[in-house]
Design a protein around this ligand. Sequence first.
Ligand SMILES: [Zn+2]
Length: 303
Amino acid sequence: MIKNLKRILNLFTIIAVTFVLFGCGKSDNKTKSGKISAVSSITIINDIVKNIGGDKVEAISICGVGLDPHTYKPKPNDPRLVSQSDLVFINGFALEHWIEEMVHNAGGNKTVVAVTNGLTPMTDEKGFGDPDPHAWFDVQNVKTYASNIAKAFIEKDKANEEYYKKNLESYTKKLDSLDGWIKTEIQKIPQDKRVLITSHDAFRYFGRAYGLEVRGLQGISTEAKAQTEDVKKLIDLIKERKLNSVFIETSVNPKLLEEISSETGAKVGGTLYSDSVGDEGTFEGTYIGAVTHNVNTIVKALK
Ligand SMILES: [Zn+2]
């Protein structure tokens, strides 16, 4: 509890720093290539950054593809990436406590942007009311992510304002069409089968936005280990509702969920991207591709 409170307080410090630094970050400290160097905490944000920043930006994610941001252990080179960057993008909502120290050590002139600025978090009912960080699974929220990112680039690089605005506009259109497509696809699943069982509770925003009941074996963070009682509850639910599928995630150990699958006879309906996109250069290596893959996998298994 105290640990969580401390984390939230630290997060507020980061957000406060963001507000202080916004508006006074007009220095033209670009990289040797003349590009803005942008570091993101997770691959999902990094992909949105690339869509908005285009060829004006060199973008990299600290927590890499397939890694779990809840339990991420920084690599030796990470602090250097943060300290040499022009912009640091974080999700906020208490996801990336590990980046705080790096930002702190990078000195006082780091512009840190929480891309969830302006959104209201869902809170964890099972835990201590912690904010649920997985806001990116409501595609409408990602429009806010993209607009916060565009705003930060424009602050840094006013000369290319029109370029960033155009990218934002075209990306927002793609998000709107993705959002509409998901709503149509989910309708293909019978009403009583719209239950999404996953390794950890990453899909609550998704469930709220698109009308699915969601149950994660672990809570909103993979740091909390599943209790025997949670396992039992999930097994009862699957049997009671005669659910035919559970889903594993690319960034979470599938072992427990596979055990539940063999115990209940519910098959593993597929692997979902929860807290990371797929491999770079593949369709799933983008936010839109990863979400499209998830929806196709879920609909195919549950309908
Ligand atoms: Zn997560």
